[in-house]
Structures are given as structure tokens and as C-alpha cells.
Design a protein around this ligand. Structure first.
Ligand SMILES: Cc1ncc(COP(=O)(O)O)c(C=O)c1O
Length: 422
């Protein structure tokens, strides 16, 4: 079989069928990407997009290419993936309920485990309603496209996650973008909209590329002034921000003002799944109206049972939160001392983005890190803001002080080797 990603000569599908009419090649638009990937694979570096975790030793260590590697590029912020209570809950549910539900939440796919998980979310957030989706991506897709319909407006930050953009595109509402984290620009755009139109402003607590935090108190106040509902995606803040770990909206003191909070189980919770919580009295109608909730299979019972156990522990995990903040501040300060340019002035979250000068040095430095046993995420346009190239570090509450020092040593050696630092 021809691997078109390994060879630049893409095979046209109609080349394989001799008498087929010559219609436009649907894959032609990917030729640039294929050529770029081919060029990368020719340079003898490890493939940053082809990493395989051959064995996972703990939330912070895995075997990659036969070598023990420190993980600094997972979203396992609170290190729950090997928590004994979480594992036991999953094993129990697997035995009691089987491997999957084989159906939608609104038909045969709601088990006792799904209800218990939604109860845990309601308790964790102290909110009236919780709805579990199969992923966080689907939670945004479903909530945004279902809430905002024809004649309504969705107002989003320019640096929003792909699932927020896709939620807008799936729906029929008008999309309005404001400059990243710019309260004045948000307010200006809200002011221009018809006062009586339905408006949903979608914000994120922590933005995942640079790890910067939204000024939620000011933004939510602006939304209130213009009668807009607010949805805050706390994917990268849940578990870590606020006294109870609810997210930036808790820390900013706007728990009573935000209408919907979206989150994911694939980060601090340590499994997979998504959710939305709310106090809106009509919230439960969404279970019947929201297509990405209705027209897909529900999560396996073992997954929601692990999520429930994890969420119940995260509420009281203040010691872990304190250690994660310590790790984040030490890594931010240490990288700065080494001479790296970082995405934020101070450590704002568990994500620290190392800004790279260009694609070649990004790949070379990523490679120098992995060769020394350190895995970070490589991020590049179009996922990144303003065409930047990043080495994105995300810390875990289970990283020890010694691991953080090791990480800094490796960053020092790698950056000097590739000339990114002096
Ligand atoms: C801000 C944000 N929202 C939603 C998601 C989607 O979450 P999930 O992995 O559960 O689909 C992500 C994933 O990276 C994210 O960063």
C-alpha cells in the first residue's frame, strides 16, 4: 500500500480506476500538508505528531521509543489517571455493567453510573443541572449550536478552541468575534448588536495555547450590561482554579452570574467525556434538543464511574492544587532564567508556553528534548495564535520538585544545542 504521507507523490484516486471520469481530486487541498510532512520525516528527527506511549508508568512518566521519559505535555493536571479509588471504581463498573452501553443517552444509554456522575458534577459545582456528553468537544458543539439559533448571536474570543468555532458553524446564529481577552472590544461589539436579539457570549477560563487567563469578572459584567447569556469553558482550569477547584469563574467570584459552564473529563478528571452544568430552570430540555447529545452513543459505564470518583476527590484536592501552583511558578521562573521567551509574564496556569523563533528551531528543540527524555507538546499554526510556534509545557500535580529541576536542566541543554538560548 502506498503511504502518501511518507512520499510526496500523492496518488489520485482516479489513477486507481482507469476509466473513471477525471473529476477534481478531493485530496488535492492536502498536497501542501503532505509535502510538509514528508520534508519533516526526511530530517531524521523524531516525529512530533507520531509519538507512541509504549508503556505508561505513572501520570508523569512513560516509555517512549524505548526510553523512560518525563511527561510535560499531557493535560493530566491533577494526576488522577492512576488514583487507586478512580481505578477501583472503573474496574467495578466494568465488571457490573459491561464494556459499553451501545446506545444514546435518550434511549438505552443512560445507566445508573451516568446518573451518579451527573450527581457528582452537581455536587462539585453546587448547581442544579448537569449533562454529561461523550467528549468536551461535543459539549461545546451541542451547547452552542442548540442554544443560539437563527436570528441569535454567538460572541466569541478570537482565540477560542476549535470546538467553540465548530459549535458556531454547526448552528444558525450570527458569529461575532472580539479580540483575545479584550474587555473593551467585547463591550464594543455587544453594544452594536440589536438590543432585543438573543446573545450568547462564549469564554474560556484558561486559554490552552498560551496558558493565559481570561478577565472573567470584567467580561461577565459586560455581558450582563448587554443582556447576553454567558457560557464559560473551564476545560483547562477545572480541578486547579478556585477554592473548590471549579475553575476561573469560581476564583473570579462570578459563580452566580455565569449561565453555563462547560468542561471535559479528558484533563484534570483524567479520563474522557464532557459536560455542561447550569442553574437554568429549563436546562433539561436540552437533553432532547441537543443533537451532539442525542445522536451519539453514551460513554462506557467504566468511564463515567472513573469520572465520578475523580470529581468527588477533586473538590477536596487543595494540597494538590497548591503543589501544582508551586510547580508552575518554579518552571516559569526557571525557563525565564535560562533565557526562554514565554507566552505569559508570570505563571498564570498549569500551561507554560515556550515561544519559538521559527518552525525549524521548534522541531529541532522538540527533538533535542525528547532525545533527553522529556516530552512536551509542539504547537504550530493554525492551532496557535498569530502564527506562533510553541513548545507547550503542561504541568501535573504529581511532578515532584526533583522532576521539575530535571525538566529545567534538560531545557537548558536542549536550548543551547539548538541555539534558541545562549
Ligand atoms: C478549551 C477546550 N475545550 C474543549 C476541549 C475538548 O475536550 P475533549 O478532549 O473532551 O473533547 C478542549 C480540548 O483540548 C479544549 O482545550
Amino acid at each position: 500500500m502506498t503511504d502518501a504521507l511518507a512520499t510526496p507523490d500523492a496518488v489520485r484516486s482516479d489513477d486507481l480506476v482507469p476509466h473513471a471520469p477525471r473529476s477534481r481530486d478531493l485530496f488535492a487541498k492536502f498536497d501542501g500538508l503532505i509535502a510538509e510532512r514528508h520534508a519533516l520525516l526526511q530530517t531524521n528527527v523524531h516525529d512530533p505528531l507520531g509519538v507512541v506511549m509504549e508503556q505508561v508508568l505513572s501520570p508523569t512518566r512513560a516509555i517512549i521509543k524505548g526510553r523512560e521519559t518525563i511527561l510535560l505535555g499531557t493535560y493530566n493536571y491533577m494526576g488522577m489517571t492512576f488514583d487507586p479509588d478512580v481505578l477501583a471504581a472503573g474496574e467495578r463498573a466494568l465488571r457490573e455493567y459491561g464494556s459499553g452501553t451501545t446506545g444514546s443517552r435518550v434511549l438505552n444509554g443512560t445507566y445508573q453510573t451516568h446518573k451518579a456522575c451527573e450527581d457528582a458534577l452537581r455536587d462539585f459545582y453546587a448547581m442544579d443541572h448537569a449533562m454529561v456528553f461523550s467528549t468536551g468537544y461535543q459539549a461545546n458543539l451541542g451547547m452552542i449550536s442548540t442554544l443560539a439559533g437563527k436570528g441569535d448571536y454567538v460572541i466569541i474570543d478570537g482565540d477560542s478552541h476549535a470546538s467553540i468555532y465548530d459549535g458556531c458553524w454547526l448552528g444558525d446564529a450570527e458569529i461575532v468575534r472580539f479580540r483575545h481577552n479584550d474587555v473593551a472590544d467585547l463591550e464594543k461589539r455587544l453594544r452594536r448588536l440589536p438590543p432585543d436579539a438573543g446573545k450568547l457570549v462564549v469564554l474560556e477560563g484558561v486559554y490552552s495555547m498560551l496558558g493565559d487567563v481570561a478577565p472573567l469578572a470584567e467580561m461577565v459584567a459586560a455581558c450582563k450590561r448587554h443582556g447576553a447569556m454567558t457560557l464559560v469553558d473551564e476545560a483547562h482550569a477545572m480541578g486547579f482554579f478556585g477554592v473548590n477547584g471549579r475553575g476561573v469563574f469560581e476564583e473570579a467570584g462570578v459563580e452566580d452570574e455565569v449561565d453555563f459552564v462547560v468542561g471535559t473529563f479528558s484533563k484534570s478528571v483524567g479520563t474522557v467525556g464532557g459536560y455542561c452544568v447550569s442553574n437554568h430552570p429549563k436546562f433539561d430540555v436540552l437533553r432532547f434538543a441537543c443533537r451532539p447529545y442525542v445522536f451519539t452513543a453514551s460513554l462506557p459505564p467504566s468511564v463515567v464511574a472513573t469520572a465520578e470518583a475523580s470529581i468527588r476527590k477533586l473538590g477536596g484536592a487543595s494540597a494538590k492544587r497548591a503543589h501544582l501552583w508551586k510547580n508552575s511558578r518554579r518552571l516559569h521562573g526557571g525557563l525565564r532564567e535560562l533565557g526562554y521567551r514565554l507566552g505569559t509574564e508570570t505563571a498564570q496556569s498549569a500551561i507554560i508556553a515556550v515561544m519559538m523563533p521559527d518552525q525549524d528551531r521548534t522541531v529541532a528543540t522538540w527533538n533535542a528534548l525528547i532525545e533527553r527524555g522529556l516530552y512536551v507538546n509542539m504547537a504550530r499554526p493554525p492551532a496557535t495564535p498569530a502564527g506562533t510556534f510553541l513548545l507547550r509545557c503542561s504541568l501535573c500535580a504529581e511532578h515532584t520538585d526533583a522532576e521539575v529541576e530535571d525538566i529545567l536542566r534538560i531545557f537548558g541543554e536542549a536550548g543551547r544545542e539548538t541555539g534558541v538560548i545562549g
